[in-house]
Design a protein around this ligand. Structure first.
Ligand code: NDP
Length: 255
């Protein structure tokens, strides 16, 4: 089979990527579009960046559109699901990527730091899964890929809120995988390590250097490193994989 045919294994599929306006989400959106999927690029604040991501996909001959929705808003996610289904008739791949950090030591962490991170990172994924799982069940197929983090696997000082949200995503992934597995729906988590994006770009150089020194692969990850794994799970590679957490971390978490 030619490389081109392999690339189009998601032809006819519709994928929603939350937080697809920049960083890892944007790379995932582009990767799924290259495989032939029509990609719905969700954003919250960055409308222009989302439009740029859509344009990049259109310029490459793919199909994409932007959709603004705050994933922490349950009803807004319901409206997004309804509108996307009305327009496309089906949604096949859901990538819960939207996420934020509000880092601080536990003794200094405010209630708002905690709530906002949990609302976006964990409840956001619940909101979309809750609204899209009905259609996946009806279709008897679907892929849900939740972007967790190595912080949710090992914990991380200064990130109690973030680590709790990302560990929660792993529990959510495994539970929903068990509930929907017999109906052809595959649910997995990808846990990136230290990936070069705006999120990690905000870290002080000293912290960054210390993290890099602890990565066996000897470098930070790229957004494409993560996108390739998500694309694998979304395609035929993920046919018989469910309830798993795949760390894309250059060995950060290896024992
Ligand atoms: P960025 O900060 O670069 O991008 C975050 C994305 O999430 C943006 O597209 C943003 O959209 C979107 N977003 C934030 N809040 C909401 C919301 N309420 N509703 C909808 N979209 C929202 O982050 P990264 O690309 O670095 O991270 C992407 C995911 O990967 C996150 O879940 C993060 O926790 C996870 N991760 C990242 C790692 C890294 O090293 N970078 C490591 C491990 C995990 P907008 O700008 O439109 O608001």
């Amino acid at each position: 089979m030619s490389g081109e045919l392999c690339e189009k294994e998601l032809a006819g599929k519709v994928a929603l990527v939350t937080g697809g306006s920049r960083g890892i989400g944007r790379a995932v959106a582009c990767a799924l579009a290259r495989m032939g999927a029509t990609v719905l690029v969700n954003y919250n604040g960055s409308r222009e960046r989302a439009m740029e991501a859509v344009q990049e996909i259109l310029d490459a001959g793919g199909r994409a559109e932007a959709y603004g929705c705050d994933v922490s808003d349950y009803d807004a996610c319901g409206r997004m699901a309804q509108e996307l289904l009305q327009k496309h008739g089906h949604v096949d791949i859901l990538v819960n990527n939207a996420g934020i950090t509000r880092d601080n030591l536990i003794m200094r962490m405010t209630e708002d730091d905690y709530d906002s991170v949990m609302d976006t990172n964990l409840k956001g994924a619940f909101n979309t899964i809750r609204h899209f799982s009905r259609v996946f069940l009806k279709q008897r197929s679907g892929r849900i890929i939740n972007i967790s983090s190595v912080s949710g696997v090992t914990g991380n000082a200064g990130q109690a809120n973030y680590s709790a949200s990302k560990a929660g995503l792993i529990g959510l992934t495994k539970s929903v995988a068990k509930e929907l597995g017999s109906r052809g729906v595959r649910v997995n988590a990808v846990a990136p390590g230290f990936i070069d994006t705006e999120m990690t770009g905000a870290l002080p150089e000293k912290v960054r250097d210390a993290i890099l020194a602890a990565i066996p692969a000897g470098r930070a990850g790229t957004v494409e490193d993560v996108a390739r794994t998500v694309a694998f799970l979304a395609g035929r590679g993920g046919d018989y994989i469910t309830g798993q957490v795949i760390c894309v971390d250059g060995g950060m978490t290896c024992a």
